[in-house]
Design a protein around this ligand. Structure first.
Ligand SMILES: C/C1=C2N=C(/C=C3N=C(/C(C)=C4\N[C@@](C)([C@@H]5N=C1[C@](C)(CCC(=O)O)[C@H]5CC(=O)O)[C@@](C)(CC(=O)O)[C@@H]4CCC(=O)O)[C@@](C)(CC(=O)O)[C@@H]\3CCC(=O)O)C(C)(C)[C@@H]/2CCC(=O)O
Length: 216
């Protein structure tokens, strides 16, 4: 195998790397039908995944961005389905508004209850979250059963999320759970198909918190 040790990066300035990436994304994406307020989410998702097909598969409820910004400015929590999402979300911007990132999936009571009921920790963690995080942003990048449970609770009137970012990746119920989310008339961001994942959920939250900060 041949190694190209003489390769020189375009730049080593962190800010320039990000700016150049965003320019490249805009050039390569070309025409699209996203609004000016939705586009930063699409751009950041492509930035995190280098996947234009995934970026183009994003679907927004008409109130999604406004609702997400309002939830953050009101200091409502962000609920992450798994630790990977919790870790990736940028905290300093949220903290300025008094918002936190909560994750329940590894709580002892959640693990015990899931075992007792022989169900997923993801489902039980959502049941716990709706009691503690009304009006919050739910960022689901991993667990389809978490998203399906949240949808069920919304339909029952038991959950009132500010915004649902539902982008689980995978094969069992992932695409189907997102199709169900897209049928709801509540603020949501989702995508069509199997693609998605924790970095996608993280990118969407971080794009919205940046907008909350810049317009705040
Ligand atoms: C369907 C699930 C998938 N998990 C994926 C990827 C990763 N999961 C990790 C870990 C450590 C955890 N995943 C669970 C959430 C676990 N994952 C599932 C479930 C089986 C079902 C969820 C659902 O369908 O809604 C889920 C089990 C459950 O909820 O009871 C986890 C709870 C499993 C466990 O340890 O009991 C656990 C959560 C840990 C935490 O956040 O505290 C990985 C880190 C495993 C790894 O790669 O080492 C990884 C994280 C990747 C990420 O970016 O989030 C998939 C691939 C998303 C998969 C769905 C794909 C599929 O099979 O269809």
């Amino acid at each position: 195998m041949e190694f190209h040790t003489d390769f020189k990066p375009l730049t080593v300035q962190p800010q320039e790397i990000e700016e150049r990436s965003f320019e490249m994304i805009t050039e390569e994406l070309g025409e699209h039908s996203y609004t000016a307020e939705q586009y930063p989410v699409v751009q950041r998702v492509i930035h995190a995944s280098a996947d234009f097909e995934l970026g183009r598969s994003l679907v927004f409820h008409r109130d999604a961005i406004r609702a997400g910004i309002e939830a953050i400015r009101a200091g409502r929590p962000v609920v992450a389905d798994v630790q990977m999402v919790q870790v990736g979300i940028s905290k300093p911007r949220l903290e300025k508004f008094g918002s936190t990132v909560n994750v329940y999936i590894s709580d002892r009571d959640v693990m015990e209850e899931a075992k007792r009921l022989n169900t997923t920790r993801a489902i039980i963690s959502i049941r716990k979250a709706i009691k503690e995080a009304e009006g919050g942003i739910y960022a689901i990048g991993n667990a389809p059963t978490a998203l399906l449970e949240l949808i069920r609770l919304v339909k029952e009137g038991a959950a009132k999320p500010g915004l649902v970012i539902g982008v689980p990746v995978g094969f069992v119920s992932a695409a189907e759970s997102k199709e169900e989310l897209a049928k709801l008339d509540i603020p949501f961001i989702t995508n069509i198909g199997r693609k998605g994942g924790s970095p996608v959920a993280v990118a969407a939250v971080n794009a919205i918190s940046l907008m909350a900060e810049r317009t705040g």
